[in-house]
Design a protein around this ligand. Structure first.
Ligand code: 5GP
Length: 191
């Protein structure tokens, strides 16, 4: 998505540790016009597929997932990073290592919201090492549901998570895919 690349070049900041900050349009302030375009793009990419539900992870994946869910016309489920009183009864759970915080956490979803045979599109903001998405894929598998594929706003290809997931036969789409980045240069895949 050309506009995503332009947005990253105009507003993104590369900080130490291989982290790209996009707080001005995605991770803290949300550019709602642009969010709508992201939702349309994801819906277009997966237009040939039957999708029953979108699964994402709190917090930054939710806005993108909802934008895509409104375009596709399906519900959005978000995995929680902590067991709260909102998740009562039985739940699916997977362990995830956070790239940005360097700590482990669990992703949990109540068994009420993922069912056997459902076709699930997984959406998130960033794909780096693939830990978060692998956690979500594990929840889908535990439910006996089927992963239609993954859509992320930004893939950092140099961390390898996307290609590892593709290697397992799962479709991965990124609105922008970064091959390499430094404080003053960002190189996109396929640009
Ligand atoms: P992964 O599990 O693929 O290593 O990392 C994905 C998760 O870490 C995403 O859900 C996202 O919240 C966070 N993340 C990874 N890399 C970045 C980055 O460069 N910038 C920001 N803002 N978040 C990132």
């Amino acid at each position: 998505m050309k506009e995503m690349q332009e947005k990253i070049l105009a507003e993104g900041k590369v900080i130490s540790g291989g982290i790209l900050k996009v707080g001005s349009f995605l991770n803290q302030q949300i550019d709602t016009d642009f969010l709508k375009k992201m939702g349309k793009e994801i819906a277009e990419l997966y237009s040939g597929e039957k999708i029953d539900k979108i699964l994402t992870i709190e917090a930054s994946g939710i806005s993108i997932a909802v934008a895509a869910g409104m375009e596709i016309g399906v519900p959005v489920v978000f995995a929680k990073k902590h067991l709260t009183s909102n998740v009562d009864g039985a739940f699916y759970s997977a362990d995830v290592h956070s790239f940005t915080r360097d700590e482990d956490y669990s992703v949990v979803v109540s068994i009420d919201f993922l069912s056997q045979g459902e076709r699930i599109l997984i959406v998130d903001d960033f794909l780096a090492n693939g830990q978060a998405l692998n956690g979500l894929l594990s929840l889908v598998k535990q439910a006996g549901a089927e992963p239609v594929g993954v859509a992320v706003a930004i893939e950092k290809c140099f961390q390898g998570g996307g290609d590892e997931i593709r290697g397992r036969g799962i479709r991965v789409e990124a609105l922008a895919a970064i091959e390499s980045m430094s404080a003053d240069t960002i190189v996109f895949r396929n640009n």
